[in-house]
Write a protein that binds this ligand. Structure first.
Ligand SMILES: O=c1[nH]cnc2c1ncn2[C@H]1C[C@H](O)[C@@H](CO)O1
Ligand SMILES: [Zn+2]
Length: 339
């Protein structure tokens, strides 16, 4: 298996942050719109928007997002950004992507949550008109923000379900704001009918994954802390949950201190459903193809395994059943020549 083959293969991505995945070219365009001067060289710019190589933890890893935030404060900027991420994904043969972002972080200059979501959906739709890909939006509540702000955001999001928005998530500071603290907000979002995935287990705390499962959440972002927790893995499998694995990101945040600390092998041994994701193309300086390559190199996954992960991703996706049926067929056709 070589990188070219992995590039060619059809892919499904469930866990990709909009603000962490802007191309350098798009960052330059958005900066020009607010008269922000950037370093002339791409190398210097990349340093500003990539996780520090010596990041000590998740919060350290998240620092480049502060740089991106002012760039995404208008509807046009959000729409351009969404289009940019769809274009990047389509270029590596991603057939379906759920792009997540936090409306609250784009409301500094007066946009409503609904404005931000509609703008992202518009950008995704422009991307879909241009490229051979289906793109849907997920909204993230931010854990460290007041519950009232997150609740209000989800309330404005709910009417957009089925119109380009397919679900929600909570991102940000997991160590200080674990699922137990979010319980009421999670329940409110669920009562609004918003399908949820949840960042959990990114701060060495398997209990957070267990609790997320208890709350009825069946997609777990990262799930890194499962590695050494057979009982929680068992609960994970029994619930039919799906892990959105993000290898490069986990090594950068020190969620996994080594490959041996990453949960892939343990999850596979338990026959849990796993998917491969970038988390943040730019902040993590990766692509989905590169993530596949890392899995092939380090864990010996085969093309047949990759097909299975993609079928599992489609099954766990928040799009309609009719779209899932088409995607399953498309994947089988994509992989047939390589099996
Ligand atoms: O890996 C992550 N864990 C927790 N939060 C994250 C991660 N990657 C990005 N985020 C945050 C920072 C972004 O501003 C926010 C919405 O995309 O989500
Ligand atoms: Zn994430």
């Amino acid at each position: 298996m070589d990188e070219h083959t992995l590039h060619q293969l059809g892919k499904v991505e469930l866990h990709c942050h909009l603000d962490g995945s802007l191309s350098l070219e798009m960052i330059r365009k958005l900066a020009a719109r607010i008269n922000l001067t950037l370093p002339a060289s791409d190398e210097a710019l990349r340093q500003l928007v990539t996780a520090p190589p010596d990041a000590t933890d998740l919060m350290d890893y998240l620092k480049p997002f502060d740089f991106i935030r002012p760039l995404l404060q208008t509807k046009e900027a959000l729409s351009m950004a969404a289009y940019d991420v769809v274009a990047q994904a389509a270029a590596e043969n991603v057939r379906y992507i759920e792009v997540r972002f936090a409306p609250i972080l784009s409301m500094d200059e007066g946009l409503s949550a609904a404005d931000t979501i509609q703008a992202v959906i518009d950008g995704l739709h422009r991307g879909m008109a241009q490229f051979d890909i289906i793109a849907r939006a997920l909204v993230c509540g931010m854990r460290q923000f007041p519950a009232a702000s997150n609740d209000a955001m989800f309330k404005q999001a709910a009417p957009l379900l089925g119109h380009g928005l397919v679900g929600g998530d909570f991102a940000g500071n997991e160590a200080d704001f674990p699922p137990a603290v979010l319980q009421t907000s999670i329940q409110k979002a669920q009562r609004l009918g918003i399908p949820l995935t949840l960042h959990a287990g990114e701060c060495h705390c398997a209990e957070n994954i267990y609790l997320a499962l208890q709350f009825g959440i069946q997609r777990i972002g990262h799930a890194t802390a499962l590695t050494h927790e057979p009982k929680v893995i068992q609960a994970f499998v029994e619930r039919g949950a799906t892990a959105e694995l993000c290898l490069t990101s986990n090594l950068q945040t020190r969620a996994a201190t080594s490959l041996a600390d990453f949960p892939y092998q343990a999850l596979r041994a338990a026959e849990a459903k796993v998917t491969i994701n970038t988390d943040n193309r730019t902040v993590s300086n990766t692509t989905l193809t590169r993530e596949y390559w890392l899995f092939a190199q380090n864990f010996g996954v085969t093309i047949a395994d990759l097909l299975q992960f993609n079928h599992d991703a489609v099954t766990a996706a928040f799009c309609t059943e009719a779209q899932k049926a088409v995607l399953h067929q498309r994947l089988d056709a994509d992989y047939r020549p390589y099996l």
